[in-house]
Design a protein around this ligand. Sequence first.
Ligand code: G3I
Ligand code: 9MR
Ligand code: ZN
Length: 547
Amino acid sequence: MFPIYVNQAGYLPEKRKICIATEEHSEFTVKDMQGKTCFKGSFFSFGFDELSGDRVYHGDFSELTMPGKYRIHAGDQVSATFDIGEQVYDKLLYDVMRAFYFLRCGCELEEKHAGCYTHKACHTSDATVWDNRAIKKSIVGGWHDAGDYGRYVGPGAVALSHLLYAFMLYPNALKGLQLNIPESGNGQPDVLNECRWELDWILKMQREDGAVYHKLTTANFCGFIMPEEDTAEQFLLPVSSIAAADFAAICALASRVYREYDAEYADTFLQAAKKTYQWLNENPNFLGFRNPEGCGTGGYGERDDHSNRFWAAAEMYAATGEARYLEDVKMQLAQHDIFLTALGWGEVGGMGSMALLTTDYSVDESIKERVKKAVIDQAADLKQNADNNGYFCTMKEHEYNWGSNMGLMHHGMILMMADMLNGSSEYIEYALAQLHVLMGVNALGISYVTGNGDYACNHPHLRPACADGIDACMPGMVCGGPNRHLNDRDHSKELLQAGTPPMKCFVDDWRCYSLNEITIYWNSPVVFLLAAVLNGKMPAAKGQALG
Ligand code: G3I
Ligand code: 9MR
Ligand code: ZN
């Protein structure tokens, strides 16, 4: 561990750069790899920071803009290395997007794309319908959800939505991104190529009547084996209105995004969305999900489906312009208190907001204003939180839950949406500050993204990463992050003391799934945030503005 904390990926030249020490030093120097001093500065005391339990000192070296590789030195302490330059986040973006390829299910990962992280085709057997064991279906493909090999519709739709909205809103950053995946070079953007892998799978999760199965998993989690060794029976668990609504939403969004690339593909998704939306209309009551007796994989249950139905209606309107969908949007907004900036996996109102802000069809000014206000108000709150935190982190104590890095990245997304809506340049610095937290400016000085940084997570709760016998984890996996509820059933209570400050409730130990697992919907907001931050720096491509 390096006692002076920096973003281990680095800093954009013109942006704010603040390193953090937790001991008092009179001054610091920034030295290049030859040991030459390139900048000298003094620390400013922030004082005691409650969420980390640290006395915090800020060293501002924003004035250093010269591209290069550096370390901070203070007394006998040094930081990890970091870069300054316009390209500092290129590898990170590549890695966090390519992580989806590493999570592909139903195919072999070949050396030419996966390097040493190869595996044979996995989970190719037929799936059995849980409630009617006589029915078998072939539903191969998709991304493994997380450290386990399950495939869940809601979380898949949410991860896809972050990626597709990032692609729509930030084309300069993502249209040209090449990922070295099997489809690369087919004339289509690789981000869309990768998303197709999950979209094609999700389509198969639709039942003949338009309902949608909640998930496709084994009855229980398998051991820490390679995916192709997980040959236990695959089950299609019962349908839910949550899965149906998220399905309709993502299919409608896909029809919008893919239209200019492949009209037939777009039509297929629009038809699928309409069919399931019809099912939702005919089944207006909440049909939640709980694991039936005998099934122990992820639940992803919710208390209601209001935000999901809101999102579905908003996407259907954005894709078709048909008035009845806008009526449904209005009905949801009138009847329920929809959290308009929630970005998943459970509450998904924020994606409905994005649909209403990006559609070409007209939306009542009053609705648009309400959505914009929700985003801008939350951004203002987040800024205030960051100003009061020693690490410039927007997270409040109650947000240090399982997968807290998801919340952190959602905050970055909201700040970038606000940046787009009011044109103020202030929020990008706050959004970047959240990226800095993820990448090392945090109370443990750790980068939460595997393979990115001198001191980065390397032992996530991720089955292939543990079972492949390779020391270095495949790069680009975003770990869940600090969680103040130490989970009894993993090892966090053994490894961390009760009373550990929230920001320090983390260990890079594969046994601690409530701290150190990875998921597709923890990676996807990082792609969105990076694309948002980098978009302005890339040559212009045709895109869609927010608002
Ligand atoms: O939202 C409440 C908050 O209101 C409350 O104050 C707080 C205190 O308990 O809890 C918050 O709920 C948390 C919830 O996530 C919402 O984020 C729960 O504590 C927490 O236990 C729950 O964790 C979820 C976990 O499954 C257990 O259900 C994670 O979000 C979710 O990402 C995770 O998902 C698993 C899948 O089931 C299986 N696959 C791996 C995946 C990642 O670990
Ligand atoms: O690997 C599983 C992980 O994906 C889940 O998030 C977690 C909580 O549901 O459960 C993990 O599996 C563990 C199971 O719950 C209990 N037995 C040990 C399993 C592996 O550590
Ligand atoms: Zn698989």
